[in-house]
Each structure stands twice: as C-alpha cells, then as structure tokens.
Design a protein around this ligand. Structure first.
Ligand code: ADP
Ligand code: MG
Length: 250
C-alpha cells in the first residue's frame, strides 16, 4: 500500500527525513515511534501530500507521489491529481479540529458533501454508520463542546472513516487527551486494526502498539533505524537508540 525508498525531506537547512525506507502492506497496522522532532509527523504529511518530498521514492497504492512520468521525464502532479490521490487517505490529528458550530453528525456530513459530492441523505447515512462504529450512535446531535475530548476524537475518526479511505493515518491521536480518555480512543483504533484497515499510527503508547500493531517502525535521526514485530522490537530491540527510547516512554 505504501512504499518509500531513500525518501528525503528538508526544511531549509534542516534535513528532517534523511533516507526513509519502509513499507506498509494492505491490512497492516504500523506503529511509528521515535523521539520528538525525529520527523514522524513530517513523514505522515509526506504520505498524505501535505508536504512535497525532496528526493527518493514514495509510492502510495502503487502510484508514485509528487511526480508523474511523461515522455518528457518526471513532472510534478497537478493539484487535481494530488487531490484525487489524497482522497483515499484519512488523517486524524492530535487536535480534533471539529467545527464548534456544527453537531457531531454535521461535522461528519460536511466533507462528504463538499469533497465527495454526496447527497445529504447519503452523507447522513454514512455519518450515522460511522458514529455507530466509534461507539457514539446516540451523540450525533451533540456539539463538540458537549462532548469529552475522547468523544470528540472519536467523532474525528468517524469523520475520516466516512470518506471511505483505504489508508488511515493517525498522528498522536491520544496525546492531547486526559489519561482516563485515552483507552476509549485506542479501543476504536484497535477495532479498526482487527478489521484490517491499513493504518499508520504515530504513538507513544507502546503497550497499545504492542497489542494492536503488526509492525513497529522506529524513527530516529531522519531514518527508520529499526522495524519489526512488536514483541520482538520491544523485548529485544537491536538498536541502542530504540532501547533508550523505549526505556523513556515505558
Ligand atoms: P515529530 O512529529 O517526530 O515530533 P516533526 O515531523 O514534527 O517531528 O518535525 C521534525 C523536525 O522538522 C523538527 O525539528 C521540526 O521543528 C521541523 N519542522 C517540521 N515542520 C516544519 C516546517 N513546516 N518548517 C520548518 N521546520 C519544520
Ligand atoms: Mg509529531
């Protein structure tokens, strides 16, 4: 589903991604871990084309991102092509970014109407379905301010799911939550994992990664320094940086 080779990204003089190699198979849940500032968000943003890449290869669903091959060589994708590619990818951020003046249901309806051009009835039906999926069947009429942080994040997940993505990206989805609200969100994500949704989750919740992920990737110094099955990577990390990081977050 996702493949990168020697992927590079810089911000001015700062080279953030310095040759990322990794792969995500369809139906897999990948956890992306690593120190703050190591480039985890940047990597997700490259996959979702919120950032353009500076070098290397990045393929999503077999399509090379950022550039397109023509008889004149590689050229940048048009904005339209980028938009089409991005459609299949749902993203959930640390902050839920729900519209405060819209109900949970209408928050989920909005993008479906605007981006997918769905009818009102169709969009509402999908919204109800996804609210059920995240355990909020009867909170559709609530405004964000009437919901807990955990519930708001589940609405944000439902909103992303309603777009029928083939890939879901989560960027520290529980970092902004009070501790007692973390598990309700992680349970929803674990449920998606068991349904074999293709996902990448940036998280510091190592126990969760161990439980729900197929593979853990450790990012440090702009590279994936280690990838492996959760049990192996956590119990027997082969890299000193991984060992040190795990000791800190555990
Ligand atoms: P992480 O998510 O692992 O904490 P980020 O991907 O957010 O790391 O950031 C990696 C590095 O890139 C940091 O040093 C950050 O300050 C820098 N960075 C991220 N986005 C930008 C930007 N738009 N402009 C300049 N520097 C950025
Ligand atoms: Mg980040």
């Amino acid at each position: 589903m996702i493949r990168s080779r020697n992927l590079r990204k810089r911000f001015g003089p700062l080279e953030v991604l310095r040759g990322i190699d990794f792969e995500v198979q369809a139906g897999q849940t990948s956890a992306l871990i690593g120190p703050s500032g190591s480039g985890k968000s940047t990597l997700l943003r490259c996959i979702n084309q919120l950032e353009t890449i500076d070098g290397g290869l990045l393929e999503v669903k077999g399509q090379r991102l950022g550039v397109r091959q023509t008889s004149r060589g590689w050229v940048r994708l048009t904005e339209d092509a980028v938009r089409r590619q991005r459609l299949g990818i749902g993203m959930v951020f640390q902050r839920f970014n729900l519209f405060g003046h819209l109900t949970a249901l209408d928050n989920i309806v909005l993008a479906q109407r605007k981006v997918l051009g769905r009818s009102k009835g169709e969009a509402r039906e999908a919204a109800h379905r996804q609210l059920r999926r995240v355990g909020l069947a009867n909170r559709g009429d609530a405004y964000p301010s009437q919901l807990s942080g955990g519930q708001q994040q589940r609405v944000a997940i439902a909103r992303a799911l309603a777009m029928d993505p083939e890939i879901m990206l989560f960027d520290e989805p529980t970092s902004a939550l009070d501790p007692e609200l973390v598990s309700e969100v992680l349970d929803v994500i674990a449920q998606l994992a068991s349904e074999r949704m293709t996902m990448i989750i940036v998280t510091h919740e190592i126990r969760f990664a161990q439980r729900a992920a197929t593979t853990i990737h450790m990012l440090a110094d702009g590279q994936i320094i280690e990838s492996g099955s959760p049990d192996l990577l956590i119990s027997a990390p082969s890299h000193e940086r991984t060992r040190a990081f795990l000791a800190q977050v555990h």
